[in-house]
Design a protein around this ligand. Structure first.
Ligand code: PSV
Ligand code: MN
Ligand code: MN
Length: 424
């Protein structure tokens, strides 16, 4: 299903936002904030949708089927097209293999072109590859068995080839490798094998591709994970070469970790590949971004903006993707919320008075620094985000439009109440 231009136009204004926007403009003029520039930046910020998030369920077993779920990659592209029409916040898909194997490349690429969608980084996730069940035991790229390592390398090379056909320019590698008992695995050997395997994959990649290396402290393994943290991931990336960088998945940290500091440290070395946005209460919960710790996301964006402005790492070199799991809710509703929440955090961070903050940092003024940050964080930027979206061709209130247009009902009519991608 597609939304017509007239339908979009009929949802393009919101009186309340229009009035609030006037107040914001007035405030910005006193604060020396360039309104048009902020709007332009919000519009330019685009977030990739993972092909795995468009149906119910990802890693977790608890699912309830929404109905009308996409049955293949083409239908997933159609769904992202709907998100793009409503939000103007996403122009790309990040494909997971083997879950979303393209059947007919010409058809998939044609559809992507028609919908104005690009192919973001490919994902070769190794957690539950149907064909390579051995991964579940002792790992993939770091498995003690050379034959299994080679199988895992070949899988990554297949993913690169698929990505080349689609027009992607990068590979995200996440390994579930690790062990469950002390002594079960040799830390140094598994790390060494992992490095060797990654080197082969890195060398196989086209020269204009980037490799993004994800880290995660635990799960599915409970004792040791081969690439558990940003330090290990950075070390491997540096050894591989300048096209390898570290991907930060917000859920892949132990409780209370200072993620914004990790972001700053990675940027300091020009080593930040990108993000998997989600939120968590306990572990890798894959909850919707900002549903638990919105202030943390804001602080992360403050570091991202600061690192870019100070010239340590260019904003455009960073990739943005959602990696949340929509097991029990309508995935399109959750994705609209996710896109909005991430944009709000970014917009707030754009309002920070960096000049004044720099002065505070020079003098170590904690309370004033906090005041400056809170001044931006507590600003209701929704009218601003709405204005940026409408100017870019989206609707004023995407969730409201989604409900009024009864998009889920129409998808159920089109695809059936029990439709889903059966491989996943
Ligand atoms: C692992 O927890 C992860 O965050 C990686 O990005 C995987 O590719 C994805 O989730 C798959 O579930
Ligand atoms: Mn992830
Ligand atoms: Mn994860």
């Amino acid at each position: 299903m597609r939304i017509t231009k007239d339908q979009i136009a009929s949802f393009s204004s919101n009186d309340f936002h229009a009035r609030s926007l006037d107040l914001l403009r007035e405030r910005f003029s006193q604060q020396d904030v360039d309104f048009e520039e902020v709007v332009r930046k919000i519009q330019a910020f685009q977030i990739a949708i993972p092909s795995a998030a468009l149906g119910n369920g990802k890693a977790s077993n608890k699912r309830s089927r929404t109905g009308g779920e996409p049955r293949d990659l083409n239908e997933k592209l159609e769904d992202i097209g709907l998100l793009q029409q409503l939000t103007s916040k996403t122009n790309s898909v990040s494909v997971y293999i083997p879950w979303d194997l393209p059947e007919d490349y010409r058809e998939v690429k044609g559809l992507a072109k028609e919908l104005n969608l690009k192919f973001d980084t490919m994902n070769s996730t190794s957690s539950q590859d149907q064909n390579q069940k051995e991964y579940a035991k002792l790992g993939s790229l770091g498995n003690p068995d050379k034959a299994i390592r080679e199988e895992a390398i070949a899988h990554n090379e297949d993913v690169i080839n698929i990505g080349k056909n689609l027009g992607s320019k990068g590979l995200t590698v996440w390994m579930a490798d690790g062990s469950n008992f002390p002594g079960q695995s040799n830390f140094r050997n598994t790390l060494g094998w992992t490095e060797e395997s990654l080197r082969e994959i890195y060398e196989f990649m086209p020269s204009d591709w980037d490799l993004m290396l994800e880290y995660k402290p635990y799960e599915p393994n409970c004792y040791h994970t081969v690439v558990p943290d940003w330090g290990t991931s950075s070390m491997l990336a540096k050894r591989l070469g300048s096209r390898a960088k570290v991907l930060v998945d917000l859920g892949h940290h132990l409780p209370k970790t200072n993620i914004e500091q990790i972001v700053a440290t990675l940027m300091y070395q020009n080593l930040l590949a990108g993000f998997h946005f989600n939120d968590s209460k306990y572990g890798d919960d894959d909850l919707n971004p900002s549903s638990i710790k919105p202030y943390q996301l804001f602080l992360i964006f403050c570091e991202l903006i600061g690192g870019d402005q100070d010239g340590v790492q260019n904003w455009d070199s960073i990739s943005w993707m959602i990696d949340a799991s929509y097991n029990t809710q309508d995935p399109l509703v959750d994705l609209i919320q996710a896109l909005e929440a991430i944009t709000i955090a970014y917009a707030k961070a754009l309002l920070v008075d960096r000049e004044k903050l720099r002065e505070c940092q020079q003098n170590g003024e904690g309370s004033r620094a906090q005041e400056i940050l809170q001044m931006a964080y507590l600003t209701d930027v929704r009218p601003l985000v709405c204005e940026a979206r409408v100017q870019a061709g989206g609707v004023a209130e995407p969730l409201e439009a989604y409900r009024i247009l009864m998009i889920r009902n129409k998808l159920v009519q089109e695809r059936g109440a029990k439709s889903y991608n059966s491989i996943f």
